[in-house]
Design a protein. Sequence first.
Length: 432
Amino acid sequence: MGAEKCVLAYSGGLDTSAMVPWLLEQDYEVHAVLVDVGQEEDLAGLCRKALRYGATTAVVRDAKPAMFEHVIPLAIGLAATYEGDYRLGTALARPFITLEQVRVAKQLGGATLAHGATGKGNDQIRFEFGYRSLAPGYPILAPWKTWEFGGRMDLVNYLTGKGYIDNYAVQKDYSLDENLWHISVEGGPLEEPDTNVNVEDVLRSVDGHFAWNNTYGEGPSAVEIAFEGGVPVALGGVGKTLPEIVSQLNHQYRRAPWAWDLIIENRFTGVKSRGLYINPAAKLLHLAVDTLARTCLNKPTYDRYALLGQEFGTLMYRGEYFSDQRKIVQAAGLAVMKQLNGSVTVRLEPTPYASKIVNTSSIFTKEMATFEKSDYAHQDAAGFISLSWLSNVGKPCVEECYVGPVEAKSAAASDVCTVESLPGGGLVPSAV
């Protein structure tokens, strides 16, 4: 009887490379699947590496078109985040890696599904939620939960002992992940919140690892982004595809001082972590589309729109892409996004801000907002306030509602300033 088949989510890094010979020792026939999610590496070379380590097959599957069709529009159009400032990244790619693994496993007539995530993070959940959703009943193997190795040095020694010499560093300051949406930097000094992190030092130390760094020169100091249905369709008046727009913004503003977020996040497992996330395209597109939403959605609709972005971001972060709740949030999100049409000019210095909004369906009007004379009837606000108070408050406030009786004096008479005690020459001190 032959060895049991195993389909491994292979990245080409130390962990998943060590898993290939380890799985062979467990009497598995290893089939490595390397999914292209925009990491801009020599993927064919990494497949050859998997074969050199003993895999029976090693294939590259391109998931970028599926990501740009199914998740990137929602990530942009809903300005989707987790906990407010984590703009996602790895979480957007994992469903498509699991999908390609399952496809290979089914082509093989069934197989064990394996991944290289540890037992601490979110990726293990994302992988295994995907496996259970797409291939219920297929065995799941997470070597980090079962093998005898305790850390990076153990893996390097294991591979070296088997004669695999690939110059793996015994110690590694940072764990890096790149895809078409972001670059994440975790581990090392970032793990210690009481360490005073110098982000510029971190960026310099990892800069050479990524293909983003020299593809374009510095971008212009302002960028005009046009949207249709919440999805960007042009930059600077020039029509472009969504992949072109995301790639151009990420490459041009890779080194911009505003292009990153340093975040302490709450993992689904309960572990807290701190990471540096480089995401210039996400930051610019989120700012622009949210500005557009504020101009054309009424207050209740905008509030729901903002909640949908939080809900979609949380579902993706927690690995719930293959769930009914994601489908519901997505359907609602797409319905609202249909109203987001127009262009936003974002100036980038000293920090990105929306300087101009063009939206034919905007409900923001000068006639309503002006401080000058207009047709707005100020007296109507009295009835609005009266009815709003009645429905939202509706009764006098008892003493427990505040810090003390209204009748109590809050300051001694000597604390009251008289006209004579004010400084002369106006409120702004003279420079003389």
